[in-house]
Ligand binder design. Structure first.
Ligand SMILES: Nc1ncnc2c1ncn2[C@@H]1O[C@H](COP(=O)(O)OP(=O)(O)OP(=O)(O)O)[C@@H](O)[C@H]1O
Length: 637
């Protein structure tokens, strides 16, 4: 490595020491990271590394091109060729700093998001999504780089990635080597199916690729024109899982980079109040020193408690940050009213079957599969397949795609995961199916059928229609298993629901009911357990709350059971339903008599106040005609 490079990082290092609170520091950390990557790429052995202090290295932040600090070089050092880690050109060492600055600058001011890092790591141009996956992740607790990270279900969110538009991506995927910039480009089918989930790889980068949600994002809508003019108001994106909330934020991130706005992501499942404060103080510095705006995206904002939400309220109010929150829960209940009133609530819907079909078709094209309609005849391998020529062509039944679009219940992640697993399983099994392709001839290929797709959904734990019958079937199976004191079956049905994406509060509500209906007075503490479980789920959400529900479910399966109260109450209801004629009046002696008139009418007359009696009091409490009724006697419920 040339001295001038070392000088560059020395300069940065000095800056960190000078002003550890300002954005200078922020850049330092990232420059430090880049420095290391540059060293790796430039391959100077024995080069002196200037690393950021420990705490800073843990929070790599976007680099911003800066003026190089040129110092006299040692004899002839600048004559050595050094490879630019960005464009891979070889240049004299003396020129590398200014060149690097202009290279970094070429992406515009927003290029300081982590999308740049794969290129520094020497990945092929356009392989940014790939590179991000393999990147050293920022240390936990670094709020700024936990972009799109999501705890639930082990989902991974990539950062505000760079890369070409999704439209171009589709094309590129179908035509390998064609200005290839897509995550799936130039790989064999098996490679495309490995590693990062397909849903993540196919996350649209532009509004053009964003399917559905016409009501809020269609042409002429307010939100679309705001997004197109880069005027991003504070937003709460509310919608069911997999409908595109994070994707929309990702698109906003990409587009906001164009006008130099910073985009920072926190996940409320893992971020602490201090992380929020850090982001806000950085945003304040950015605004004050660089007039740079910050958009703060908080995924699963409903997981923040009210006081955490209060932390950013004044800063949203005064415009230090523009907030974008994503939530699957009704924001009226989960988001501070004051915060809510400062945000526009965008209600996203479950994706329609048509929208899902479009998303699946895009995936099919990217994977290079060929759709086989009923009665279709094919003579050639899958068109557009980027599979290596040694691989069999892979076909998928049109019916299989339709079924998938229906079964995934408007959740694109579920649909794409199901498709990925089905194809993966078939390819791994390597089973070729002779297809009657041409008249009088046949060809080999791998066929993915409707059955395989259903299996694929089951394998991703998702053959569970949250809105439909399966939802009721599973909760019923759980209830009956607990009633039957089968702790294994109880846990099984619980897991089937939670892994299928069921709302934990729905299960918790059922447990509250079960505590009274089936355990009742045999263990009155059961109700307390159930309510506590409900509150626990409410506080911490999935996936952490799953064990709370599991504990409660096992407690209930093992608990003694009594339906005495449930049955008796049912008997009373039955009695009321069966009563003919007007309901009997409340006996006068049981009535309260707050006024003289009421007293005169006989209200409360003859009532025996029990505490005044040492012996049991003989007194009727039921209406005359029900005297002696015993609702606790066993009857048909
Ligand atoms: N409207 C859409 N158009 C195209 N693809 C979509 C759309 N919505 C979702 N997807 C696909 O589904 C995947 C998951 O979507 P996303 O992460 O945006 O869902 P979400 O609403 O944030 O879900 P969750 O609440 O579970 O986090 C994306 O990576 C993308 O591939």
């Amino acid at each position: 490595m040339g001295l001038s490079q070392r000088t560059k990082y020395s300069h940065i290092s000095m800056k960190e020491q000078v002003d550890p609170k300002t954005r200078g520091l922020v850049h330092v950390a990232h420059h430090g990271t880049q420095g290391q990557e540059t060293l790796a790429a430039g391959a100077g052995s024995g080069a002196r590394r200037t690393t950021a202090p420990e705490g800073l290295r843990a929070a790599p932040l976007p680099a911003r091109p800066r003026e190089p600090t040129m110092e006299p070089t040692e004899g002839g050092e600048e004559e050595r060729l050094v490879r630019c880690p960005v464009c891979l050109r070889e240049l004299p060492a003396a020129d590398i700093n200014p060149h690097l600055d202009s290279c970094l600058h070429a992406d515009g001011p927003g290029a300081d998001l982590p999308s740049k890092r794969p290129r520094l790591a020497g990945g092929p141009p356009g392989s940014q999504a790939e590179g991000q996956e393999g990147e050293a992740r920022p240390a936990a607790g670094s709020p700024v780089f936990s972009h799109f990270h999501k705890g639930r279900g082990g989902k991974q969110r990539s950062g505000a990635a760079g890369g070409s538009s999704g439209a171009g991506r589709d094309k590129a995927a179908v035509q390998p080597g064609h200005g290839c910039s897509a995550a799936l480009c130039g790989e064999s089918l098996a490679q495309k199916l490995e590693g990062k989930p397909l849903a993540e790889r196919l996350r649209p980068d532009t509004l053009g690729d964003y399917v559905g949600q016409e009501r809020v994002l269609g042409a002429q809508t307010l939100l679309r024109s705001l997004l197109e003019s880069h005027e991003i108001p504070s937003l709460i994106l509310w919608g069911p899982p997999g409908c595109g909330k994070t994707t929309l934020a990702h698109i906003i991130a990409k587009s906001s980079k164009k006008n130099g706005t910073r985009f920072v992501t926190l996940s409320a499942t893992s971020a602490k109040t201090n992380d929020v404060r850090d982001v806000i103080s950085q945003a304040q510095n950015e605004k004050r020193l660089f007039k740079r705006k910050t958009i703060l995206f908080i995924d699963e904002i409903h997981r923040f408690n009210k006081s955490q939400q209060d932390t950013f309220l004044p800063h949203v109010e005064c415009g230090t940050v523009t907030l974008i929150g994503a939530t699957t829960e009704n924001p009226s209940f989960q988001v501070n009213a004051a915060l809510l009133s400062r945000c526009r609530v965008i209600v996203l819907e479950k994706l329609s079957v048509e929208a899902m079909e479009a998303i699946l078709m895009r995936a099919v094209r990217s994977l290079g599969l060929q759709v086989l309609g009923q009665g279709d005849q094919h003579s050639a391998p899958a068109t557009g397949s980027s599979s290596k020529s040694s691989e069999f062509p892979v076909y998928i039944e049109e019916k299989a795609l339709n079924t998938l679009a229906y079964l995934c219940d408007g959740d694109a992640r579920t649909g794409l995961n199901g498709l990925q697993l089905a194809v993966q399983a078939r390819v791994a099994a390597g089973k070729t199916t002779p297809l009657n392709t041409t008249k009088g001839g046949s060809a080999d290929g791998i066929l993915v059928t409707e059955e395989h797709v259903k299996e694929g959904l089951q394998r991703s734990h998702i053959l569970y229609d949250r809105a439909g019958e399966e939802h009721y079937n599973c909760i019923s199976a759980l209830h009956k298993s607990m009633r039957g004191s089968d702790e294994n079956a109880s846990l099984y049905w619980l897991a089937r629901m939670l892994e299928g994406g069921e709302d934990p509060l729905y299960v918790a509500r059922r447990l509250v009911r079960f505590a009274s209906e089936d355990i009742g007075l045999a263990d009155p503490l059961a109700l307390t357990q159930a309510v506590a479980a409900y509150q626990g789920c409410h506080f911490i959400g999935m996936p952490e709350c799953e064990v709370i529900l599991a504990q409660c479910v096992v407690y209930f399966a093992r608990a003694p059971k009594s339906i005495e109260v449930y049955r008796a109450y049912g008997n009373v209801k039955e009695c009321l339903r069966m009563h003919k004629g007007p309901l009997p009046p409340v006996p006068l002696h049981l009535r309260n008599a707050p006024t003289r008139l009421m007293k005169n009418l006989g209200y409360g007359k003859g009532y025996k106040y029990n505490p005044m009696y040492k012996e049991p009091v003989q007194q009727d409490y039921l209406p005359e005609e029900l005297k002696g009724a015993d609702f606790f006697k066993e009857r048909e419920i």
